[in-house]
Design a protein around this ligand. Structure first.
Ligand SMILES: Cc1cc2nc3c(=O)[nH]c(=O)nc-3n(C[C@H](O)[C@H](O)[C@H](O)COP(=O)(O)O)c2cc1C
Length: 228
């Protein structure tokens, strides 16, 4: 949860300037960003829940690591303690995935995250700024990754935390509701990312980072050769 300290517009502008300069194919800049600061709009967005089906829940658990030893060995996935309780409840009781009441209650937490954000950023892929060739959309969407990373780095550099909140985006009906609230035109603009921004009391105190070793994914000259 973030503190109540507001993000000054001057700081927000620096973050958006960083997004502006992200690399894109042919400098096509295929993105739009909706900044949400208004409390009523946040409230409406916070009421858009989501639910996962059994397959999606199983896909989540594939990446859950239950012990530090497992994390250290596999060097990927997310540690169980960062997950909200309702996600873990799904593991112990898989039948909950069908339970409307379970999802209604679980959405309190998600809703609080949205409402507690000082600023929300909705990043859209603008298909009216087309790239070239058969890979145009793939590259366009890739470049949204650059926008994402620039926002993250710029925010952190200013002592501001940025968290992606992707739950709603996995659900077609939820995305439809968000588009309606934000008046996103029906055609050509694809909602890809939602960031929540704010000041954290314990900024920079996040846990140890686990990542695959370089020797696991860097290859020398040919795929079969290790570099390190
Ligand atoms: C496309 C994308 C979606 C993500 N969605 C979420 C999310 O919904 N909630 C969240 O807390 N983190 C989300 N993350 C952050 C990742 O979980 C995080 O980067 C990863 O676990 C590694 O942790 P670290 O960045 O703290 O090292 C997302 C990251 C990416 C790139």
């Amino acid at each position: 949860m973030f503190s109540k300290k507001p993000i000054p517009d001057s700081e927000l502008k620096k973050i958006l300037e960083a997004a502006r300069f992200a690399p894109t194919p042919h400098n096509s800049q295929p993105f739009e960003i909706i900044v949400v600061k208004d409390e009523e709009v946040k409230r409406q967005l916070s009421e858009v829940g989501f639910r996962l089906n059994k397959k999606e829940v199983d896909e989540h658990f594939y990446w859950v690591r239950h012990t530090i030893e497992e994390l250290e060995t596999k060097k990927d996935g997310v540690y169980v303690d960062v997950l909200p309780k309702f996600v873990m409840d799904l593991q112990t009781n898989p039948k909950l995935v069908e339970d409307d009441e379970f999802w209604r209650k679980s959405m309190y937490l998600y809703s609080a995250l949205i409402q507690n954000s000082q600023v929300l950023l909705f990043i859209l892929y603008n298909q009216k700024r087309p790239g070239v060739g058969s890979l145009k959309h793939l590259w366009g969407i890739m470049s949204i990754g650059g926008v994402m990373q620039n926002i993250w780095l710029a925010a952190n550099n200013l002592g501001i935390s940025a968290q992606l909140v992707s739950g709603q985006l996995m659900n077609i009906e939820s995305v439809r509701k968000i588009r309606k609230i934000l008046h996103i035109p029906e055609k050509d603009y694809r909602l890809l990312l939602i960031f929540r921004l704010g000041y954290e009391r314990k900024f920079g105190k996040s846990g140890t980072k686990y990542r695959r070793e370089l020797s696991d994914f860097v290859h020398l000259d040919q795929f079969s050769n290790k570099i390190f």
